[in-house]
Design a protein around this ligand. Sequence first.
Ligand SMILES: Cc1ncc(COP(=O)(O)O)c(C=O)c1O
Length: 451
Amino acid sequence: MHDTLDKNKSQLKPIYNRSRELFASGGTILPDGVSSPVRTFQCVDSPPIVAKSGRGVHLVDEDNNRYIDFVMGLGSLILGHAPPSVVTALHDRIQHGTVFCVPTEIEYKLARKIKESSPCIDKLRFVCSGTEGVMSALRLAKAFTQRQMLLKFVGSYHGHADPLFGRGSNFLNAAQQSGIDPQIHKNTLLAKYNDPQAVREIFQQYGNEIAAIVVEPVASNMGLALPHRDFLACLREMCDRWGALLIFDEVVTGFRFCYGSVSNDLGVRPDLVVFGKIIGGGTPIGAYGGREDIMNVLQTLPLGSNVTDEDLDKQGGTFAGNPLSMTAGLAVLNRLSQDDFYPLMESLGQTLETALKDIFQQKNLPFGCVRKGSLLSVLLMDGPLKLENCDDFERQNFELFARFHFEMLKRHYFLPNSIAEPWFISFAHQDISLPEFARNVGEALALCLNS
Ligand SMILES: Cc1ncc(COP(=O)(O)O)c(C=O)c1O
């Protein structure tokens, strides 16, 4: 059943007065009025909207404009906003306390559920964000290998921990500008995504000093870039040959394409995996886990009575494993573990991809899209329609995207406000017409191209 508002929405003209007022006054108390920079809407022509509520596929702003949401908490909300099973579970839980700073049974339950989902995980630890997860996994890899260098890929985002911060190729400059000690970035090596030869050359030079490769197994922060099979295989081979660890940052990809780690489907096994977003059911979370011998570096029990604070200081967190995140996460994974879930998500993605390609063809628009499961990026670029690495991403027409974003907002569709983010389809998107959305994409792009 499709939402009737979907059909009428182009007749309703959104206004943004209250969002504008709130955002302006917020700027006097939060730098730029935000808690995370992309929320300034600086990359697009749309005015910043201030959110009021969300339910199912819809997000409502403070002016009561109702949008069909393709941001979905930047991938956190795979069931949509406020799914009843999560709301009920959280409602029950919250009455019994929200943080104890000792273990809870629900924490063990979620940990077990995650371990069962992914053969590459023997043990795991919970933290409170993806940033913390990747940072902790990297520190663990350094402790395990007794090395200091890491290799990551230009155009990737792994959160804002010092050694990983910045998507660009000039890390040392970025470090100086960001208040990071440039010495830290001297240990961060960079290669292009999907370039196995570059990886081989870097290992040839620094192989004995590299603790880990940190990589998104399917890149989702330069738009959606799918990995070539030989690329991931090469990463595994280099790590094995040189004694480095392979860390899959699955903050976006974990539980997105299949139940558990995407490595279940890709045929390349990481040593450590980082999850976030989806496993928290819309509440703050991160988790890192993997091979038992590596995870046991975190183990201090049983060390006897001589344990000092220093032994315990490898990683901590007041809210790590908190019962609210555990409860929401478990409610979501219970739904995701049912057999019908991922085929349904695939069919939603397929419907959207086909509809977009059809409309581009019908309207003679020189655009394309790349998709995996329920993630999709439009290709608004000059030259070949392909997105495999940062060079392809740089060919995107950022200026066109900025105008297009506003055109879609006016049509009551909320897209990620950077072309670096893919569009996130949720389970709740079965309640709207995806071909209707695609038609609006085509019309908006045609309008922007001609204006
Ligand atoms: C691949 C990836 N890793 C890590 C992070 C950081 O996660 P968080 O924002 O929860 O700190 C993100 C955030 O979007 C991400 O996309």
